[in-house]
Write a protein that binds this ligand. Sequence first.
Ligand SMILES: *[C@@H]1O[C@H](CO)[C@@H](O)[C@H](O)[C@H]1NC(C)=O
Ligand SMILES: *[C@@H]1O[C@H](CO)[C@@H](O)[C@H](O)[C@H]1NC(C)=O
Ligand SMILES: *[C@@H]1O[C@H](CO)[C@@H](O)[C@H](O)[C@H]1NC(C)=O
Ligand SMILES: *[C@@H]1O[C@H](CO)[C@@H](O)[C@H](O)[C@H]1NC(C)=O
Ligand SMILES: *[C@@H]1O[C@H](CO)[C@@H](O)[C@H](O)[C@H]1NC(C)=O
Ligand SMILES: *[C@@H]1O[C@H](CO)[C@@H](O)[C@H](O)[C@H]1NC(C)=O
Length: 233
Amino acid sequence: MFYITAGFWLILGVESFEGGSNHTITVKPGGSVIIPCYYDEKSPPQKKYWFSEHDQSNKYTNTTEENLSVIDHPDQSLFTVTMRNLQENKHNGQYYCTVETGQKTNITYELYLQVHSAPDVSVMNSSVSGHEGDDVSVQCFYSSGYKDKQKRWCRYKDQKCFSEEKTDTSQNSSVRISDDGESSFTVLMTGLTLSDSGWYFCSVGHQTIPVQLTVTEDGVFAFHTSTVFCTST
Ligand SMILES: *[C@@H]1O[C@H](CO)[C@@H](O)[C@H](O)[C@H]1NC(C)=O
Ligand SMILES: *[C@@H]1O[C@H](CO)[C@@H](O)[C@H](O)[C@H]1NC(C)=O
Ligand SMILES: *[C@@H]1O[C@H](CO)[C@@H](O)[C@H](O)[C@H]1NC(C)=O
Ligand SMILES: *[C@@H]1O[C@H](CO)[C@@H](O)[C@H](O)[C@H]1NC(C)=O
Ligand SMILES: *[C@@H]1O[C@H](CO)[C@@H](O)[C@H](O)[C@H]1NC(C)=O
Ligand SMILES: *[C@@H]1O[C@H](CO)[C@@H](O)[C@H](O)[C@H]1NC(C)=O
C-alpha cells in the first residue's frame, strides 16, 4: 500500500485497508490485469516505476511492450501497469510500484500476483461506467473458501474501504454492499459524481481485484440540444 497515505487515513480513524502488506491479485493463466499506482497530486514524483521482486534490476516506466505496459496518467495522479498473457510459473510473485518524491521516503505499494486457474475473487468486467447522478453496481464473486471472510469495496486513491457491517452511521454513505453469503457480493454506488471516477477493488480477506469506474458528465446532451435550438432560430 501507499504507506504514507495509509498512515494518514489511520490517524483520521477512517476504515482503511489492512493486510496491505500482502494484498493479492489472482488472475487466470493467459489473462491480463491492470493495476493502478496512485501518487500524491500535491507533490508530483520525480520518478515512478514498477518492478518485480525477482528482477529488481529492471524498473519499468513508460513502457509499451507486448505483455507489459506502464502508462502515466498525470491528470489522474496515477500510472497504470497492464500485464498480459500471464503465465503460472513465470509471473507469480511480489511486485512493487515505487514513487520517488525526493523527500525522505520513497512511497512503495506492493502486491502479490498469483496466476491460478480458479481465482478466489473475480469480477465479470473490470471496467464499469455511468453518468453523473446515476447508480452503478458491481458484482464481486468469491470462492466457497472465502464465504466467512470480510467483504469490502475499497478505493485505491486513499485505501478507504466500505464494508457490509458498517456501524458508523455518521457517514452518509452512497455505497452499499450486500452479500449473498454464497458466492458473490454486490456493491451499489448511488448518485455518482465525477469525483467518484477512479480505481477501486473488491476485497475478500487479502484477495483483491481491481475495477475501474468511469463517471461521465451529464451535461453533454443538454448542451447539444441548446446549440441546435439556437442555430435553428
Ligand atoms: C502472500 O500471499 C500469497 C498467496 O495469497 C502467498 O503465496 C505468499 O506467501 C504471501 N506472502 C507473504 C509475505 O505472506
Ligand atoms: C515518457 O512519457 C513522457 C510523458 O508522457 C513522454 O514525454 C516521454 O517521451 C516518454 N518517454 C519515452 C521513452 O517514451
Ligand atoms: C508474451 O507472452 C506470450 C505468451 O506467454 C509469449 O509467447 C510471448 O513471447 C511474450 N512476449 C514477449 C515480448 O515476452
Ligand atoms: C529511493 O529509491 C532509490 C532507488 O531505489 C534509492 O536510490 C533511494 O536511496 C531511495 N530513497 C530513500 C529515501 O529511501
Ligand atoms: C465492460 O464494461 C465496459 C464499460 O461499461 C464496456 O464498454 C465493455 O463492453 C464491457 N465488456 C464486457 C466484456 O462486458
Ligand atoms: C444524506 O443523503 C440524503 C440522500 O442522498 C440527503 O438527502 C441528506 O441530506 C444527506 N444527509 C447528510 C447529513 O449529508
